[in-house]
Structures are given as structure tokens and as C-alpha cells.
Design a protein around this ligand. Structure first.
Ligand SMILES: *[C@@H]1O[C@H](CO)[C@@H](O)[C@H](O)[C@H]1NC(C)=O
Ligand SMILES: *[C@@H]1O[C@H](CO)[C@@H](O)[C@H](O)[C@H]1NC(C)=O
Ligand SMILES: *[C@@H]1O[C@H](CO)[C@@H](O)[C@H](O)[C@H]1NC(C)=O
Ligand SMILES: *[C@@H]1O[C@H](CO)[C@@H](O)[C@H](O)[C@H]1NC(C)=O
Ligand SMILES: *[C@@H]1O[C@H](CO)[C@@H](O)[C@H](O)[C@H]1NC(C)=O
Ligand SMILES: *[C@@H]1O[C@H](CO)[C@@H](O)[C@H](O)[C@H]1NC(C)=O
Ligand SMILES: *[C@@H]1O[C@H](CO)[C@@H](O)[C@H](O)[C@H]1NC(C)=O
Ligand SMILES: *[C@@H]1O[C@H](CO)[C@@H](O)[C@H](O)[C@H]1NC(C)=O
Ligand SMILES: *[C@@H]1O[C@H](CO)[C@@H](O)[C@H](O)[C@H]1NC(C)=O
Ligand SMILES: *[C@@H]1O[C@H](CO)[C@@H](O)[C@H](O)[C@H]1NC(C)=O
Ligand SMILES: *[C@@H]1O[C@H](CO)[C@@H](O)[C@H](O)[C@H]1NC(C)=O
Ligand SMILES: *[C@@H]1O[C@H](CO)[C@@H](O)[C@H](O)[C@H]1NC(C)=O
Length: 684
């Protein structure tokens, strides 16, 4: 607020300053802001490079202007320039001598322009920059030939951005002269072929090929590459060259959103840490090799390279799981949304540093911690949305998983779990067991089960546990001691219709911040003890009125969707509004004439605001936002509608009847009255 008050003064002062500068003989900087040796002239509707800036400026930013041609002499006064940024103009040409005096220019950004129009001339201008290190040519409608022309002889280039152009195929001539290139961004082109394109770029470390049309990456042999992003293509095969002894420097490989059927054939030796493979059609085929009934189908696939430059044909032994390559440094493995039915024997053991395994949305049927031997650094394990009906683990194995913090088992078919599963995991912070048919152990029940499996879960003594999600577990009676000894901050029990919680939540009243009781049929729960509660979901519970026990809480988010509320009394709304940030109200049969709360809540975020509806006296549905409140009486539920609907037809009826009466029975009166009103009397 205060800033606003001072703005006029600041403007005035800055005018005064400019005036003083003029008077004292300093050059006017026109539309630009000067910060040390940088001139910032962005979004100033300029159509040319401003003259008159200090001649020692080193950086000039002219983004978001209307410059169409960079003239010969535009930059002649700024010989010290090493960074020039002209993104988002309508730049069509850089005249060939533009940079004759800009020998020091290292960084040129001409993204989002029309450089395709006179690329020949522009490329001549680029040839005159002996020190150019960073060049952004993204979004300029450049095709293969134009790009090749631009890049001739740019031997000093280290960072090149060609994203958002029209490149289709690259070959070994495309980047031939860029011997120093370190980073290349080629995302969002229409490339379907890259053949030996990077063989002359021995320093290339980061390559982005995302959002293209590449069908495969075979014969991968860029040992120096650290990050390769080939996500969002149509890649069916990723195959590294296997006859190389060198250690690949690759640390991050992103092949997500492709069409992989096989685990990528990774280099024999690498430092690969982050492997992203989500959204493919990947699975493992080891059991087919071991299976006697396997058909004599092809077990190798060969890629014949028809180009003369190729050094070898690529052959892959499809079913040989050893070809997974070196995964010994992998820390993050993202296999989300694939078709993995099982993990090959020894696969997990090959990753002693594995910290995050994301296997959500696959077809896993069982998980055996004992045989998989997860590493002690495992931190996050997400096996949600699979077909798990069995999890096996012995105590010794579980004791090793001392770093497991996030464990997501939701959306499976689990009805049995290893006894004491959670009690053994000492760092466990968040467990999601939602949508499994799992019950909570009654006192003594867990101890008495002697076998390895237990049909109920307990989390006794898991002092680290903070977040517990038990949605849709067909829970009914929650034992009183269910959460004793825990310091939960999040508990979600939604989608358990008919839930009876009784006293079980009492122990959590101090710590609980986030409570989900949606679709549980809970009507008379006393929330008043939960003084830390910030988020409450009591949607889908047929509530006819707001529980008064929530009024004293310091709630930030309240979900009341799909209940039977017909109003929220003003007193309640006024109490809630100052604290709430967000409220969900859709799907209640609100009375249109009792929507004072809607105006009270205007100050907070009403989610799906325009979808909140109400019913008028005749059970017609309106949007609360649009409803004309004037049609209602000041107080109470009686609607003015009712009156209007009664009175208007009655009045109309009387008027019509009297008119008819007048016309038929007293024509004289009518004539007289007409005559009176006419200026020129007429004779009848
Ligand atoms: C690139 O450099 C070579 C050798 O210096 C020279 O012959 C050639 O003309 C240059 N090409 C362009 C387009 O300047
Ligand atoms: C390349 O340019 C695109 C579009 O201008 C931009 O989104 C992207 O971040 C740039 N890439 C790099 C590595 O800066
Ligand atoms: C790969 O590129 C896509 C598109 O730019 C981006 O969303 C994704 O985060 C990148 N992957 C990595 C590992 O940086
Ligand atoms: C790889 O190393 C082995 C043994 O060190 C050697 O015999 C072989 O020739 C090397 N292969 C290549 C392609 O360098
Ligand atoms: C790389 O691994 C494959 C498969 O295990 C093997 O056939 C090949 O000889 C290995 N190459 C080197 C150079 O070690
Ligand atoms: C062999 O294949 C059959 C049919 O696909 C399958 O039922 C069986 O479990 C497989 N055996 C092994 C050992 O994987
Ligand atoms: C499998 O291959 C062997 C040798 O090539 C052949 O004798 C056998 O008939 C084949 N079996 C099937 C089921 O095709
Ligand atoms: C690759 O395969 C083709 C087709 O079979 C063959 O003509 C060529 O000699 C092979 N090249 C190498 C290096 O093996
Ligand atoms: C889990 O793996 C261990 C070790 O391989 C094995 O002894 C145990 O029987 C397996 N459990 C199940 C239920 O398959
Ligand atoms: C546990 O996991 C976290 C997160 O990945 C990591 O920073 C930490 O080093 C791991 N601790 C151990 C003992 O592995
Ligand atoms: C667990 O996984 C499910 C499905 O993938 C997801 O919806 C849920 O948010 C996850 N739970 C947590 C606590 O992240
Ligand atoms: C929910 O409560 C209503 C009214 O108390 C009752 O008729 C209904 O059967 C309950 N539903 C369940 C699933 O318990």
C-alpha cells in the first residue's frame, strides 16, 4: 500500500534527476535503464537500436521491441558490447556488416524472430563474430539448410539453442564446425533422423532432443555426454554401442514419453544417476528365456546401418537381461506408467545407490523385499496403482531399509501384509495404503498372529510417521488404540462409508493438521479438540448443517462439497471467513434467498466459484453468482418470487377485465377520454 502512496513522488524525483543529468551535460539514456554497464531497453516499442547510450556498455537488452532490421551502423557506437539480446522482435535481417565494430560480442540472443526470411545475409553477419560463445536462434522457423548456413565456421560456439524451429534431419555436416560446443538445445523441432550429427562435437555435454519425431536412438556412443533428454519422441529402441571400453560420462537420461518396449540398452560402463523412463510400454522378458515353452522366435534384432559412414551394424540380444548395461550408479529410476509385471532377478541389487524407485501404474503382482534386496539408501518407493496382492518381507531385510521415508502402496489388491511391516521401517514418514482391503489391527491381534502375514496393519511405535492415507480401505470400526503413540499431521480416512471413529482420533488432537473424512457418513463428530487442524475435508457426507465444532478452529482449507447444506448462517460464515483461504462448496442444495454467506466468502478462494448453484422457491437451479438477490425478501426464506408470481397475474387479470368491461359496456366513457387527450378534436 505504501509503495503506491510514494509512487508519484518517485516519478517526480526521477524526472527531476533526468533534468539534472541533462543540465549537467550527461548523455540522455532515452528509453533505457542503465545498471552499471548494462542497458535494459526491453518492451519499449523501439524500432531501432537507441543511439546515445554510453559507449562503454557491455550488455544491451532490446527484447520485446519492434526492430525489423539490425542496420549496418546500429552498433558502431558500442564497441565494448559482449552481450546483445534481441529476443521477441520482428527481426528479419542482421545486415552483413552489423557487427563490424562488435569484435567482443560473445553472447547473442535472437530468439523468437523471423530470421528465416533473409538467412543468407544474416549468416554473413554471424561469420564476423570471432568470439561468439552463446547463440540463441530458437523459434525462428529455420529449416535444415538455414541452420547449416548460420552455423558455418562458428568455431567458438559453446551454447546453441535451436529449439522451436523446423529442423527435420541432421547429419555429420550439421554441426561440423562447432568443435567447442558444450550444450545444444534441439527440442520442439520435427526431427526424425540424426545420423552421426554430433561426431564433430567432442565437448558436447548437454543435449536436448525432447519433443521431436525420432523413432530410435541406436549406436549411442557419445561418451562425453552428461545429460541426454530425448523425452516426448517416438523412440522404440535405445541401444548403446557395446564394443566400447570407455566409461560413459552420462548422468541423466530422459527417455520418458516414448514407445520403448524394452529396457534401454545402456552403456557397459557409466555414471548414470537419473534414469527417467516413465510413460513407455516397457516390460521385462527374462521369464520367456527361462520358460521351456518359449517359441523359437527371434531372440536377436539387427539394425543395419545403410550409411557408408557407419562403423558397425547393431545387434541386440533381446532376452538377455545382462544387456541392461551399467546401472550401478542409478539413484533415481522412474518407471511410472509402463507395463512391468515383475522385476528381473538381481535387477534391484545392481543398483546399490537406488534412492527413489517410482513404479506407479504398472502391472506388478508381487513384491518380495527379501529376494529383491533393496539398498539401504532407498528413500522413496512408489508401487501404487499396480496389481499387488502379495508383499513378502522378513524382519532382517526390513531392518536394512532404514532410510525408507515415502512408501506408496495405494490402488492395489493387498489384503495381507508382512507382520510388522511398518514397525520395522524406522524413518517412515508417509504411508499411503488407500484403496486396498486392509483392516486396522485390534489390540493384541497383531501380536497373536504368528505367521509372517497379517490381515491387519498396525504402526505401533513408528514415531517418525506423520502422514497416513487410508482412503477407500472399507474400514468400519476403527479400534480405539489404532493411532496411539503416533504424532500424525496428516490422516485421510475418506471413502470409507459407515466409518465409526469413536475415540480413536483423540490422541492425535494435538498434532493433526490435515484430516480427510469425506464420504464417511460422519455427521456428529466433535472437531473442537483439534486445535492444530488447518485442512478439513468433510465432503459427501449428507450434512444438513455445518458442524458448529469447526468454528473455533483455525482452518485454512475446508471442503464441504456434495453435502445437503441449504445455507451457511451469517454468524458461521463471518467466523470462518477471516481465517479460511480456500473453501469448496459445489454440489449443495443451497437456498437462493439465503446466500448471504456467498458475499461473506467473496474475500477467500471459493473453488469452482461459478459452479456453485442454488435453488429458488420453485426448485429451479441458478448459479449463486448470477442469481438476482433482489428477487428475495430481506429476511427469511420467503421469496419475492412468490409474491411477484401471485400478484402480477392477478393485477394483469384485473386490468384486462376492466378494459374489456370498459370497451363493451361504456363506449362513451372511452370516447370521451380519448377525445380529451387528443389535441385536435374530431367529430364522431
Ligand atoms: C569458413 O572458413 C573457411 C576457412 O577459414 C573459409 O574458406 C570459408 O570461406 C569460410 N566460410 C564462410 C561461410 O565464411
Ligand atoms: C531454448 O529456447 C527455448 C525457447 O526460446 C527456451 O524455452 C529454452 O529454455 C532454451 N534452452 C536453454 C537451454 O536455455
Ligand atoms: C526434458 O525436457 C522436457 C521438455 O523440455 C522437460 O520437461 C524435462 O523436465 C526434461 N528432463 C530433464 C531430466 O530435465
Ligand atoms: C577393450 O579392453 C580389452 C581388455 O582391456 C581389450 O582387449 C580390447 O581390445 C578393448 N577394446 C576396445 C574396443 O578398445
Ligand atoms: C559390454 O557388455 C556386453 C554384454 O554384457 C558384452 O557382450 C560386451 O563384450 C561388453 N563390452 C565391453 C567392451 O566390455
Ligand atoms: C511359462 O509360460 C507360461 C505361459 O506363458 C506361464 O504360464 C508360465 O508361468 C511360464 N513359466 C515360467 C517359469 O515363467
Ligand atoms: C526350434 O528350433 C529348433 C532348431 O532350430 C527346431 O528343431 C525346432 O523344431 C524348433 N521348434 C519350434 C517350436 O519351432
Ligand atoms: C552391416 O550389415 C550389412 C547388411 O547385412 C552388411 O552389408 C555390412 O557389411 C554390415 N556391416 C558391418 C560393419 O558388419
Ligand atoms: C521371497 O524371497 C525369499 C528369498 O528369495 C524366499 O525365500 C521367499 O520364499 C520369498 N517369499 C515369497 C512369498 O515368495
Ligand atoms: C536417505 O535418502 C536421502 C534422500 O535421497 C539421502 O539424501 C540420504 O543420503 C539417504 N541416507 C542414507 C543413509 O542413505
Ligand atoms: C500415491 O499414489 C497415488 C496413485 O499414484 C497418488 O494418487 C497419491 O497421491 C500418492 N500418495 C501420496 C501420499 O503421494
Ligand atoms: C449413512 O447414514 C444414513 C443416515 O444416517 C443411513 O441411512 C445410511 O445407511 C448410512 N450409510 C452407510 C453406508 O452407512
Amino acid at each position: 500500500m505504501q509503495v503506491h502512496r510514494f509512487t508519484p513522488l518517485l516519478v517526480y524525483l526521477s524526472h527531476l534527476w533526468t533534468l539534472l543529468l541533462l543540465v549537467s551535460g550527461h548523455p540522455q539514456h532515452g528509453p533505457c535503464q542503465l545498471i552499471q554497464r548494462s542497458a535494459l531497453c526491453n518492451s519499449r516499442r523501439l524500432s531501432s537500436v537507441p543511439a546515445g547510450l554510453p559507449d562503454n556498455i557491455e550488455e544491451l537488452q532490446l527484447n520485446y521491441n519492434h526492430i525489423q532490421t539490425l542496420q549496418q551502423d546500429s552498433l558502431q557506437f558500442y564497441p565494448s558490447l559482449h552481450t546483445l539480446s534481441l529476443a521477441c522482435n520482428s527481426l528479419a535481417t542482421l545486415q552483413s556488416n552489423t557487427f563490424q565494430d562488435s569484435r567482443l560480442l560473445e553472447n547473442l540472443n535472437v530468439a523468437n524472430n523471423n530470421l528465416h526470411t533473409s538467412y543468407q545475409e544474416t549468416s554473413k553477419a554471424l561469420q564476423t563474430l570471432p568470439r561468439l560463445r552463446v547463440l540463441d536462434l530458437s523459434v525462428n522457423r529455420l529449416d535444415d539448410e538455414m541452420a547449416a548456413t548460420f552455423l558455418q565456421n562458428l568455431t567458438s560456439l559453446e551454447y546453441l539453442n535451436l529449439s522451436g524451429n523446423l529442423l527435420q534431419r541432421l547429419d555429420e555436416t550439421s554441426f561440423r564446425d562447432l568443435h567447442k560446443l558444450k550444450e545444444l538445445d534441439l527440442q520442439r523441432n520435427i526431427m526424425f533422423e540424426i545420423d552421426g550429427a554430433f561426431d564433430n562435437n567432442p565437448k558436447l555435454q548437454r543435449l536436448n532432443l525432447a519433443f521431436n519425431y525420432l523413432p530410435c536412438l541406436i549406436d549411442f556412443h557419445m561418451t562425453q555426454l552428461v545429460v541426454l533428454n530425448a523425452s516426448h519422441n517416438f523412440i522404440e529402441w535405445f541401444i548403446s554401442r557395446s564394443d566400447m571400453n570407455d566409461t560413459f560420462q552420462l548422468e541423466t537420461l530422459d527417455l520418458s514419453d516414448n514407445r520403448l518396449l524394452f529396457f534401454p540398452f545402456l552403456p557397459n560402463q557409466s555414471h548414470l544417476k537419473n534414469l527417467y523412463l516413465s510413460h513407455n510400454s516397457l516390460r521385462f522378458y527374462q521369464h520367456m528365456v527361462e520358460n521351456d515353452t518359449i517359441l523359437n522366435s527371434t531372440s536377436t534384432v539387427e539394425f543395419y546401418n545403410l550409411e557408408k559412414y557407419s562403423k558397425s551394424n547393431v545387434t541386440a540380444q533381446l532376452w538377455d537381461e545382462n544387456l541392461h548395461g551399467d546401472i550401478s550408479s542409478v539413484e533415481i529410476l522412474d518407471l511410472k506408467a509402463n507395463q512391468v509385471e515383475y522385476l528381473p532377478r538381481g535387477f534391484i541389487q545392481k543398483m546399490p545407490s537406488l534412492s527413489r524407485l517410482k513404479m506407479c501404474t504398472n502391472c506388478l503382482e508381487s513384491l518380495n523385499f527379501t529376494s529383491e534386496e533393496f539398498s539401504a539408501s532407498l528413500y522413496e518407493l512408489d508401487v501404487s496403482n499396480n496389481r499387488l496382492n502379495e508383499i513378502a518381507a522378513d524382519e532382517g531385510t526390513l531392518a536394512l531399509l532404514g532410510n525408507l521415508t515415502y512408501f506408496n502402496l495405494s490402488l492395489n489388491d493387498l489384503s495381507w501384509l508382512p507382520s510388522g511391516l511398518f514397525s520395522s521401517l524406522t524413518s517412515l514418514r508417509s504411508v499411503d495404503l488407500s484403496y486396498n482391503s486392509i483392516d486396522i489391527c485390534r489390540p493384541g491381534e497383531a501380536e497373536t498372529s504368528t505367521d509372517f502375514f497379517s490381515a491387519c496393519v498396525d504402526w505401533k511405535d513408528v514415531v517418525s510417521l506423520r502422514q497416513l492415507y487410508l482412503k477407500g480401505c472399507t474400514l468400519e470400526n476403527i479400534p480405539q488404540s489404532a493411532f496411539s503413540g503416533l504424532s500424525l499431521t496428516h490422516l485421510d480416512l475418506s471413502d470409507n462409508p459407515g466409518l465409526i471413529v469413536k475415540e480413536s482420533l483423540c490422541g492425535l488432537s494435538r498434532t493433526l493438521q490435515h484430516l480427510g473424512l469425506g464420504n464417511t457418513n460422519i455427521t456428529d463428530f466433535d472437531f473442537s479438540h483439534f486445535q492444530s487442524l488447518k485442512f478439513l475435508n468433510i465432503s459427501r457426507n449428507s450434512l444438513t448443517h455445518l458442524p458448529s465444532s469447526i468454528l473455533n478452529l483455525d482452518l485454512k482449507v475446508l471442503d464441504l462439497r456434495d453435502n445437503k447444506l441449504f445455507t451457511i448462517p451469517s454468524a458461521q460464515a463471518n467466523t470462518l471467513a477471516p481465517r479460511l483461504h480456500t473453501v469448496f462448496l459445489r454440489g449443495n442444495p443451497f437456498n437462493c434467498c439465503l446466500t448471504e454467506w456467498f458475499r461473506t466468502f467473496e474475500t477467500i478462494d471459493m473453488v469452482e466459484r461459478s459452479d456453485i448453484e442454488c435453488e429458488d422457491f420453485l426448485s429451479r437451479t441458478h448459479r449463486v453468482e448470477r442469481f438476482n438477490y433482489a428477487l428475495c425478501l430481506e429476511e427469511g426464506g420467503e421469496s419475492k418470487y412468490w409474491l411477484i408470481l401471485l400478484i402480477v397475474p392477478l393485477c394483469l387479470f384485473f386490468v384486462i377485465v376492466s378494459i374489456i368491461f370498459l370497451i363493451t359496456w361504456k363506449p362513451e366513457i372511452l370516447q370521451k377520454s380519448i377525445k380529451k387527450k387528443c389535441l385536435k378534436p374530431t367529430s364522431y
